[in-house]
Write a protein of this length. Sequence first.
Length: 337
Amino acid sequence: MKTTDFARLLTEFLKIYLPGKRGLSENTIMSYRDTFRSMLCFAEEEYKIQAERLTINDITEEFVYHFMRWLGEKRGNSPSTKRQRLAAVHVFINFLKTRQPENLLEYQKILDIKIRERKKQNIGYLTPDEMRTVLATPDLSDRFGRRDLAILALMYDSAARVQEICDLTVGCLRLQKPPTVTIAKGKGQKSRVVPLMPETAHMLEQYLLENSLNNSAEYSRPLFHNHQRGKLTRAGITYILKKYCDIVRRTNHTLPDVSPHIFRHSKAMHMLKAGTDLIYIRDFLGHSQLATTEMYAKADSDMKREAIERVSINLAPDLPDWTEDISLMQMLTEICR
């Protein structure tokens, strides 16, 4: 079967342009791949176009617009996920502009497609007491309970993303004083060295000893593994966290829904409330721009303002409404002439 221009260009986009020209990480490229996998399913389901027959000319404004609606209505994707998928499509369209300039008008129409913004929700995070309660839940008499505590403690102490925790190897740890963990594959392939609390370092030292990982021959091994000695996945860590949060919720019904990323948010908010400078928090989290880190300061300010408004009272309820003073209104009007 003859190869279509869509197949050829999409392959170049995913295998050459994104890793080579854009320098994107493997995880980000996988997210782009998932976008186009969904698009191929959409084309076959809604337009009856098989994947191997889809062409660049089929990628029109109408096609992309209906693809976004399909993601929400048929796949149940949230607006934030749809925005992520649309952003991937936009990057692909910008890639096509210099390769298929005859379609430039249609490309401009596609680039004008927007996903309506929802009102931003407050950043979810756990209070220090809630965090202590979750970390106190694993059963330390059980080997895997001790492993789970090591995972959760490191995830909070380092504020690492869940995929970064999955990708850690034994050699990423430095447990001599001062203890650190090197997080090597964050967004944009940036490495950062994160300090660890002595308690976390001691816990990890015991974990390495118990699992015979405390020698240089094991440095390339995944730091955390499952029951089959395989590398833990994001789903595996999410399952571990949910298990302990469900236990806590039996007695603390106010505990919010918790995802691994909320541990990262919690660490950042706790650092901010302790007076840590935003510049340091930015470097600690591995953000490329300070503007990204500033969302924590804004969230903290918003919560303070909402708390003040809830308890505020009207200090001057009997002040007159100057707009009802005709002479004053006339004077102001004449001044502005």
